[in-house]
Design a protein around this ligand. Sequence first.
Ligand code: GDP
Ligand code: ZN
Length: 319
Amino acid sequence: MSDRETASGLVVRLKGADFFVSTGSGEVRCSLRGRFRLESGSEDVIPVVGDTVRFKRERAGDASPPRGVIVGIEPRKSILVRSEAFQKKGYRILGANMDQAILVFAVKEPALNLRLLDRLLVAALCGSMEAVICINKMDLAPDPAEIEEELAPYMTMGYQVVRSSARTFEGVDRLAALLAAKLSILAGPSGSGKTSLVSCVQPGLELAVADVSARTGKGTHTTSHFELHHLASGGFLGDTPGVREFGIWGVSKEKLAAFFKDFDPFRGACRFATCTHSHEPGCAVKEAVESGRVARARYESYLRILDTVPDERTMKHPR
Ligand code: GDP
Ligand code: ZN
């Protein structure tokens, strides 16, 4: 096989031990021999959905799709990673190389959980991808002004906020435009309307966003459910199983505040350079909360996450 040229493609789906790699001319079902390093000195990794991999085609049989063997992974420009206690490494990389995470929440049914949104924003930002906030089921909003008030801090931070409804089609065009020609991952609670929105954007596209833990009663086997779908507009869209909680991985207590954009104007003015904006005196972030310049709810999200992440000294970084 060494005489065969290598080609490259995008991992769009995993099945069993196989990786489905999308190329300009169809999919190739690849197996993996060994593990790879993304850079010299780094830990070994195995490919995830969104990776660009190099592979060698196996001698043409009549296998459909054709078969190949992965021989390398390109460096990742972004990753979405969550902590998962039951994983050996303590975390799982949900996808790589996404341009943006589209975070879909409903105004109600299920109730708008902005604290979960705050966690996902940290995960997106620390994984080097953009985040777009999509507030769905606007048709059910009893008081749109109240929703606007809750969303105001996110608008001030500069996040794009799409208000949508899969019922009235509000926001659907804007969502479609945002997805075009990009690699995106959809995330948000189960029932927020991800599947419905996607079928508004592209009828016929089947997502597998169902909450796996609800179906199996266990939250432990969600691996194979993430898949990238090719959009007619040229982008790729991936789904995640509905998230009810999201553990932050790869951020230390000392670094966490850097992922709260609304703290940026204040962080530099704390008395201590190492301020974690929790118990320290002379904290400019806490003062900003008191004076209403940082939303208290955002600060509470920060404190909750701070409680769950390690110190810089004991930190491990995801690969
Ligand atoms: P997913 O779990 O995030 O994929 O959510 P689904 O797309 O399966 O939607 C969950 C439920 O909410 C379904 O009964 C949908 O019909 C409903 N739904 C989705 N989007 C909207 C919306 O914009 N407005 C209203 N009223 N219902 C919606
Ligand atoms: Zn501080």
